[in-house]
Design a protein around this ligand. Structure first.
Ligand SMILES: [Zn+2]
Length: 385
């Protein structure tokens, strides 16, 4: 028989003792039967609801009905039992919430329906710790590329990008490569298959350098031009510690009136000092590229042995004991190139340079295998985070 509140038959201490003891016992007997949150809520409402809850009925039938001389005593006992019951309800509720939470954590939610069900039953608890997602970091190649771009941005250069699949015209012809230049050989260049029926200049290939972007930029922009062109390039190379069929370049181009080789030297010397430290020296060696005349290779003083060629008494491996490391190619833009982009070669002059981003990253971070940049091994990449 569930407990019901009846009128008291008297207000003597004995009657009150028994009535309030029965009340407590009844609450306890019902509370121990509660095993889940649904039962708990029903039990809580039965005892504590303002309207028709057991305690409300006790107040109405025992306290309000009490004769004036007994009212203080009944009131005191009522308040005692009320705070006793409220305290137990609160503790039991918290305990059940906790157990439910532990249960829901140990149970994996696997279907959408289960998820909806869980959401329905579990109001969001904003005091729980959130799900932490590890923050990624820039890839060392991208990081190096952005640093280099930053150096040239500070000199007033803007950034231009272009397609990775290029035509022979942009990749070779407009850059002054003669028709039978060995770079066009499939040994060096990855061509798109099935292009043989097209005229040579329209055939598609994976760009072998970012220089086509320079041509595209000059076609749409009149001098003065100051751009850097970062991006992915491809060569028909088998992967090994120093070669990769894919790598990244940054090229630069400055065209204006009265640009001289001195401007080129000053610009690159500044850029190398900005990248590798102000003590780094540069030197220029004659070289050859179809699209520049004169052309030069740029070497920087070895950053591992400070240009001395020896380290700890032994020959420096990084510069093969020469004290210098070759890093990039450059030159004054060949006047023939201006013919392809409608610039007046008698009025403008300019310089261009290009460098491999992986090569710089390898030097900067002391990486000994270019393949590490492309394998996606998180243990390697984490070191740059
Ligand atoms: Zn060295």
């Amino acid at each position: 028989m569930p407990y019901t509140v009846n009128k008291l038959n008297g207000y003597s201490a004995t009657v009150l003792d028994k009535a309030f003891a029965d009340l407590r016992d009844a609450f306890r007997d019902e509370a121990v039967c509660v095993s889940d949150l649904v039962q708990f809520k029903a039990h809580r409402d039965r005892w504590l609801a303002r309207k028709n809850g057991v305690l409300t009925l006790v107040r109405e039938l025992w306290l309000r009905e009490a004769p004036a001389e007994a009212r203080a005593e009944v009131g005191k006992r009522f308040n005692d039992v009320k705070s006793h019951i409220e305290g137990l309800v609160k503790t039991q509720g918290m305990d059940l919430e906790l157990r439910k939470l532990e249960g829901s954590i140990s149970k994996r939610i696997e279907t959408v329906d289960e998820w909806k069900q869980a959401e329905l039953g579990d109001p969001l608890d904003i005091t729980l710790p959130g799900i932490r997602r590890p923050i990624g970091a820039e890839h060392p190649v991208i990081k190096t590329m952005n640093e280099m771009i930053g150096v040239f941005r500070n000199l007033g250069y803007s950034v231009e990008e272009g397609p990775e699949i290029e035509t022979d015209f942009y990749n070779f012809e407009a850059l002054n490569f003669p028709p039978n230049h060995p770079a066009r050989d499939t040994q060096d260049t990855l061509f798109i298959a099935g292009q043989e029926s097209k005229p040579l200049r329209d055939r598609l290939l994976l760009r072998t350098h970012t220089s086509p972007v320079q041509i595209r930029t000059m076609q749409k922009m009149k001098p003065p031009v100051r751009v850097v062109c970062p991006g992915k390039v491809h060569r028909n190379d088998a992967p090994d510690a120093t070669h990769s069929p894919i790598f990244h370049q940054i090229e630069g181009l400055a065209v204006d009136t009265n640009i001289t080789f001195c401007d080129l030297k000053g610009t690159l010397d500044h850029a190398m000092k900005a990248m590798f430290g102000s003590s780094v020296k540069t030197r220029f060696y004659p070289s050859f590229f179809p699209f520049t005349e004169p052309s030069a290779d740029v070497q920087i003083s070895c950053i591992f042995c400070d240009g001395k060629g020896t380290r700890d008494g032994a020959p420096c491996r990084n510069c093969k004991a020469s004290g210098w490391i070759e890093l990039l190619g450059c030159g004054m833009v060949d006047p023939n190139v201006y013919g392809f982009v409608d610039y007046d070669a008698t009025k403008v002059s300019g310089f261009a340079f290009g460098m491999g981003v992986e090569r710089i990253a390898i030097l900067k971070y002391g990486v000994d295998d270019i393949q590490l940049f492309f394998q996606g091994d998180v243990r390697f990449l984490e070191q740059f985070g």
